[in-house]
Write a protein that binds this ligand. Sequence first.
Ligand code: UD1
Ligand code: UDP
Length: 355
Amino acid sequence: MKIATVVGARPQFIKAASVSRVLRNDHQEILIHTGQHYDTNMSDIFFDELHIPRPDFHLGIGSGRHGAQTGAILEKVEEVLIRETPDALLVYGDTNSTLAGALAASKLHIPVIHIEAGLRSFNRRMPEEINRVLTDHLSSCLSCPTETAVKNLKAEGITEGVSQDGDVMYDAFLYNLELAKERSTILQTLNLDPKSYILCTIHRAENTDDPARLTQILKALAKISTPVVLPLHPRTRKIVQELGLSSLLEKVKVLEPVGYLDMITLEAQSQKLLTDSGGVQKEAYFAAVPCITMRDETEWVETVDVGWNRLTGADEEKILEAVEKFSPPADRPGIFGDGQAAEHIVATLSKGLVR
Ligand code: UD1
Ligand code: UDP
């Protein structure tokens, strides 16, 4: 098959690194980079480090409001699809690039393959929730990372073309962890001892675009006695500056966004992870590091159910209490598959099940 893949944002490059490697053994892939993320350390660094094939098309869309960004991607992806006439279009996750790609393809009657299908926060105020619900309903092949995801789709009447394959981010984590041990020098560079710090990430719109929530989070960070390391997403950096909140980060070790090998090294050696990221919640579980999630709900409910992830919202007191006291149980059951999700997905595609 000839498969066109749309990627655009940081976590999608990491997912594509796992899938493209396997997909290209059996199929032809056309890689389309929308340009939603464009800074070197939000995009190129992942292509270089993870040996992701160079995009065949770079649409250069860049940042913008939801309508403008999604619309611009839709228009440009459509042009590529008309020119390339692929047999299917593959999208990952829940970004504006995901939705725009799925919309462009489905209007051209090109079947859509959605990897990371079936995730739900049940919070329609999140742009990601809108993107993932719509993409699932436009897709004919839906690869779910977890059992919950399969159930969520069933509850919306989607049962055809659904498979439970495991999580491609787990594939990426396992594949790269040994490499990271050999190559990453981030702990030495930052002069950090293993398990002596707390790694934090903040970028979700529900936190960054609400000054009250962002202030609560930053106030909590300012009070944590353990050193906090914060590779800062450009979205958050900009808003912290605009709101004049930089003084709350004076004690925090603020970094530019780091590459994946440095990131998983920092994660694995962190005492706890403090985050609002979807990917980082899962990686905490892969690395057996307790996770504190500064959101009101999560799509990765299993990690909370088994006691390895605690939701604190953006509540200063709850965050501080969890940093101090949260301790997961010894048991850490498998949730995310066998580390071969990409192989399972490609096996399904090779059976010609995409219609
Ligand atoms: C997007 C996704 C989010 C995902 C995240 C992964 C949507 C609606 N959101 O959020 O689900 O978790 O990617 O990181 O698709 N910026 C830069 N340089 C870059 C990229 C972004 O400066 O390379 C800044 C710009 O000011 C931009 C802002 O970050 O306006 C937000 O970027 P955008 O891609 O719109 O959303 P993210 O917050 O990155
Ligand atoms: N990540 C990274 N460098 C960073 C921050 C995150 O490599 O400075 C990786 C992280 O390990 C995970 C992915 O980016 O694999 C998560 O992306 P992000 O948090 O931007 O988005 P989300 O998963 O919330 O959609």
